[in-house]
Design a protein around this ligand. Structure first.
Ligand SMILES: Nc1nc2c(ncn2[C@@H]2O[C@H](COP(=O)(O)OP(=O)(O)OP(=O)(O)O)[C@@H](O)[C@H]2O)c(=O)[nH]1
Ligand SMILES: [Mg+2]
Length: 315
């Protein structure tokens, strides 16, 4: 569980004043648009894992920003996708629930330029959002052609009921102050949904699995990160001793196991070392990590397995 105080920079308050604003703000967009980077930047804490590969985030993760007289509950969602199996359908359901049904304000984050033609239909659910829709054009730090930001703004504003447009860099923080202020202004009057020192709805075990997954995304290429699911089998804390964490990495096919393990176990040893270091930094404790690789054929279509590892949410 992250321990950084996520009070908004304009100061924090623990007692909600009478005109308190609070609401849910789903962040949606195509894979790799920068949703997780944006949520982390808005909350000032690293809550969601990030990689340069698409489809890193797999389920809805809350990031709670506590301000002086408001609480914004951001919902980082998986990238908009065309589901090919039960696992991806559960991701798709999570996006639709957040963006279409549960949001008080929806943030659509997009890269400059036009989306690929074959992805345009993925935005259809956003045509029916019941809340205001903010369009956020991201990655302007690396954009050398200003016209492409305008092209994106025009395209999405025509396609969807966009109420305001913002230009930002989630990576450098450019434009975030204005976006944060506009988000605050759009929240309905409501008491805080969560205690005002809470940062997220997920706990250490979930983060342990996510941190190992992030290292898998960093270390392996092609289909391997997508074939893996991480299950924390043991998470044992004992005062004065290193945490003992036993994690199983499930792969979908037997041929993927030797790739994950590498020659003489070299790849899995590197993964274990990098993951233990990242977990130790996250938990502020030393971690003894054990990894096993299990072949769980077709886990992406196995409802019992998906439920066990927390990815199968009801529609
Ligand atoms: N240059 C630049 N890169 C960015 C910016 N925001 C995000 N990125 C990079 O874009 C990649 C994807 O970022 P994520 O935050 O993981 O994107 P996402 O939309 O959550 O992706 P999925 O979870 O896979 O759908 C990472 O390599 C980020 O570092 C930005 O403002 N500028
Ligand atoms: Mg993400």
């Amino acid at each position: 569980m992250p321990d950084t105080q996520n009070q908004d920079k304009d100061g924090g308050a623990q007692t909600p004043p009478s005109s308190f604003r609070s609401g849910f703000v789903p962040i949606t967009g195509l894979p790799n648009a920068g949703k997780s980077t944006l949520m982390n930047a808005l909350c000032g804490t690293r809550l969601s894992i990030i990689s340069d590969k698409p489809q890193t985030t797999r389920n809805n993760i809350l990031g709670i920003l506590n301000g002086l007289n408001y609480q914004a509950v951001f919902v980082d969602t998986p990238g908009l996708l065309k589901a090919r199996n039960l696992f991806e359908r559960s991701m798709e359901g999570a996006i639709k629930r957040a963006a279409r049904d549960e949001g008080d304000l929806c943030v659509l984050i997009a890269e400059p330029g036009l989306p690929p033609d074959n992805k345009i239909h993925l935005f259809d659910p956003l045509k029916q959002v019941r809340c205001p829709l903010y369009l956020v054009i991201n990655k302007l730090d690396k954009e050398t052609t200003p016209d492409r930001a305008k092209t994106a703004a025009d395209f999405y504003s025509k396609l969807l009921p966009v109420s305001q447009v913002f230009h930002i860099s989630a990576l450098t923080g450019g434009g975030l102050k204005e976006l944060r202020a506009a988000i605050k202004a759009a929240l309905p009057e409501h008491p805080p949904y969560y205690p005002q020192d809470q940062l997220t709805d997920r706990w250490e075990k979930f983060y342990a699995a996510e941190i190992i997954r992030e290292q898998i995304f960093k270390q392996y290429s092609q289909e391997i990160p997508y074939a893996c699911a991480v299950e924390i089998e043991v998470f044992h804390e004992s005062p004065g001793e290193d945490d003992q964490i036993l994690a199983a990495i499930h792969v979908a096919r037997a041929t993927q196991k030797p790739i994950l393990i590498g020659k003489g176990g070299s790849a899995i040893a590197r993964l274990r070392e990098a993951s233990a270091k990242a977990l130790g930094a996250f938990l502020h404790r030393r971690v003894e990590l054990h990894l096993t690789v299990k072949v769980t054929p077709g886990w992406q279509d196995n409802p019992v397995f998906l439920k066990e590892i927390g990815f199968y949410e009801k529609k």
